[in-house]
Design a protein around this ligand. Structure first.
Ligand code: NAP
Length: 356
């Protein structure tokens, strides 16, 4: 990589709630952050990792503190720059939508002086300082500190009908979407057999009339306690040894039913009436470009190496949000660790004795 680029104080890679919160704090601390927010390509959207992260592909966000039910139109118009208004889709104005929330966070970071580059980072060199990064257009960037906030993407089975009905009954986050009106007092389907599937089913059973868990084996992977809670729940019915064939519905109504078949005998199929389909088959962290550069766990999540800090295995490189968290995975927890990462980077620079 070339040595000619200017030396940044902090580069933030990723632009979800973790990335923009880190940017807000870093900018207010005078660190002039540069945020590499991800490239706006069809491939990134199809993979579930667009600029502004997972919230860019959700509808309402009812659980982010500070955004209660209400019409935010005027606030959005006055807060978000005109050139970004096109990012805000028509929305029923019942509170903040995911894309609106992200545009507000982005604008807040920009207002404090954050610079944004709408590209991916394709190469990093953290083996020596300053840290070096190359973007998708070939731009070389150098920085004293780096905050990784590239998030994670939900795994889907890969069915065309999952794409067709995304945000029209298909979701990978019951906690985010489960209380929406379309699921209330209607049956829903959850696919998976891990703790997420148990937790999501239990949560959904508060709103839905019935929850089907469709699992490919005859035994759950989930912890005993969580599996038992799901099995004891009278609203939950498990379809063992079953796989999802197709999600059925219409453009107007969204998801209406789910066709499943037996993993033991494919000829045995069943159509379950359902207003929703929730994928709970795990997440994949967006860390492919970091392999070999930072320590990760067996699933590819970055390791936080100091308790209650956002340090990674390389001094001066920090991680925030879902890229290092396969447990909480909420917008507000991502924002929280984004704030922590900016403070950690600021303190690191404050005691840094490296001769730049
Ligand atoms: P997970 O433990 O990896 O479980 C994924 C489940 O999806 C498995 O049952 C797996 O089936 C199934 N699956 C994967 N690919 C599939 C496919 N292509 N078709 C059909 N089924 C498929 O993931 P997770 O449940 O998201 O949990 C991730 C981590 O977070 C775990 O460590 C979990 O303990 C933790 N977590 C904890 C809590 C909590 O404690 N409150 C809540 C949620 C998650 P097989 O079993 O057949 O492989």
């Amino acid at each position: 990589m070339s040595e000619e680029s200017t030396l940044e104080e902090v580069v933030i890679i990723g632009s979800g709630p973790a990335g923009w919160t880190a940017a807000i704090y870093a900018a207010r601390a005078g660190m002039k952050p540069l945020c590499i927010e991800g490239e706006n390509t069809q491939e990134n959207w199809d993979l579930g990792r667009p600029p502004q992260g997972q919230l860019a592909i959700t509808t309402e966000v009812e659980n982010f503190p500070g955004f209660p039910h209400g019409d935010l139109s005027e606030y959005l118009k006055s807060s978000i720059s005109e050139d970004r208004q096109y990012m805000l889709s028509e929305h029923q104005k019942a509170g903040a939508s995911g894309p609106e929330l992200m545009e507000l966070m982005r604008q807040q970071a920009i207002n404090f002086g954050t610079r944004a580059i709408t590209e991916d980072v394709v190469e990093v060199d953290f083996s020596q300082r300053p840290f070096k990064m190359k973007t998708s257009s070939g731009q070389d960037i150098q920085s004293k500190t780096v905050i990784i906030a590239t998030g994670a993407r939900a795994n889907y089975l890969g069915l065309d009908s999952e794409k067709q009905f995304k945000n029209a009954g298909v979701s990978a986050c019951a906690v985010c979407d489960g209380a929406l009106p379309r699921f209330r007092d209607n049956p829903v389907v959850v696919v998976g057999g891990g703790d997420s599937a148990m937790e999501e089913s239990d949560y959904l059973s508060k709103f839905a009339s019935k929850v089907y868990i469709v699992h490919r084996r005859e035994e759950f992977r989930a912890s005993k306690v969580m599996a038992q809670r799901a099995l004891d729940n009278p609203k939950i019915e498990v379809k063992w040894n079953s796989t999802i064939d197709e999600i059925l519905g219409s453009d107007e109504a969204g998801v209406q039913s789910v066709r499943i078949s037996s993993t033991e005998d494919e000829s045995q199929t069943e159509e379950l009436e359902a207003a929703g389909y929730f994928a709970a088959i795990g997440h994949t962290p967006n860390t492919e470009f970091l392999k070999g550069h930072l320590e990760m766990n067996e699933k590819g999540y970055l390791k936080w190496t100091v308790p209650f800090r956002t340090n990674t295995s390389v001094e001066g490189v920090f991680a925030a949000g879902d890229v290092a968290d396969d447990n909480y995975r909420q917008a507000v927890t991502a924002a929280g660790t984004g704030c922590m990462a900016a403070l950690d980077a600021e303190r690191f620079l404050g005691v840094d004795t490296h001769n730049w």
